[in-house]
Ligand binder design. Structure first.
Ligand code: PMP
Length: 326
């Protein structure tokens, strides 16, 4: 990729938040139903006590699960078993009892989908284990809660990002591989910082100053035809979508390497993207106001492959689909 297609200086035009991207898509919906305490109930009934550790210490682990309408009119969730496994790993690391087995998890996803699916939208579920009883690890009891949100069917649009002054916590402080609510406090700070700087999303660096991840997605950097991503040991969540993208790269003959990524590589890369359940493969237009090349051929192709597999148009063995019973 030649450097002549780069433009200098911050992009002009839209202010942060103007882009209709994966970060803004799900904002502030109030669905009519929620899965709480073993069944689907009205939204208002999903309450627990102010003295619970979920409230006092923000103690919960969760998963974001996406489902897509299929060509035959079915609706299917992606990689449910992988999400359940990671939920159980997160719970284990925080000494939360394994509250829902896979069958209950799957049933809960199907039930909330049944209650909320709209033909014109896909659906994203936040499946959370909230700690509702117990004290500092004694007598811990969790409740599986599912909230689900309408997600537009359109692919994500390119975004502008920055590098945050906030940092991903070290493994000995708050392990990034635990998908727990409190890990997102730093993401919140970074997004507030990003909004003031005209960025749609922010990169968090780790304690060594290398790239850890985005606020809700992992990072991809393309250089000379090879896709690089920082391994989880750099402070990234163990992303399920990233594993899929690795397999899609293998199928398409694209080199994919997990290795540390330095901050300066973000500015000179041929392509930069973020990857995750909601982000899918979102391409990046600029980093800290420095424009990237106009075209992102490799990441755009990966986005197409990913969506085709998720939507059942071009199935891929790594994109396992669980069809909601009709
Ligand atoms: N990092 C963070 C901090 C995330 O919140 C997410 C979204 N779950 C990801 C990475 C991507 O993970 P996945 O591909 O499993 O959605």
């Amino acid at each position: 990729m030649s450097s002549s297609s780069r433009t200098e200086g911050p992009r002009s035009g839209a202010a942060a938040g103007d882009t209709d991207n994966w970060l803004t898509k799900l904002r502030l919906q109030t669905p009519k139903s929620v899965y709480f305490d073993g069944e689907v109930r009205p939204w208002e009934e999903a309450v627990f006590h102010v003295s619970s550790e979920a409230v006092l210490r923000g103690l919960s682990v969760f998963e974001g699960v996406k489902g897509y309408w299929q060509p035959n009119g079915d609706f299917a969730f992606l990689l449910l078993e992988r999400h359940h496994e990671r939920l159980m790993r997160s719970a284990r690391l925080l000494h939360i009892p394994p509250t829902a087995d896979y069958d209950e998890f799957e049933r809960a996803c199907f039930q909330i989908a049944d209650a909320l699916l709209e033909p014109e939208n896909d659906l994203w579920i936040r499946a959370t284990l909230f700690v509702v009883e117990g004290h500092y690890g004694v007598g811990t009891v969790a409740n599986l809660v599912l909230t689900a949100y309408q997600s537009e069917k359109r692919p994500p649009e390119p975004i502008d990002i920055g590098v945050s002054t906030w940092q991903r916590s070290a493994d000995l402080a708050m392990p990034a591989r635990i998908k727990m609510a409190s890990n997102y406090q730093v993401a919140r700070l970074a997004r507030i910082e990003g909004r003031a700087r005209g960025c749609d999303d922010m990169v968090l660096l780790n304690q060594f100053g290398r790239v850890a991840e985005g606020t809700g997605a992992c990072m991809l950097v393309v250089r000379d035809g090879c896709v690089y991503t920082p391994p989880a040991s750099e402070g990234a969540l163990e992303s399920i979508t990233l594993d899929v993208v690795e397999d899609l790269c293998a199928s398409a003959g694209i080199d994919f390497v997990r290795r540390p990524v330095e901050r300066s590589e973000l500015y000179i890369a041929d392509e930069v993207g973020i990857v995750g359940t909601l982000a899918e493969v979102t391409t990046v237009r600029s980093v800290d106001g420095m424009a990237l090349p106009d075209e992102a051929p490799i990441l755009s192709a990966l986005l197409r492959h990913y969506r085709s597999a998720a939507m059942g148009l071009d199935p891929h063995p790594s994109v396992e689909l669980s069809v909601v019973p009709r």
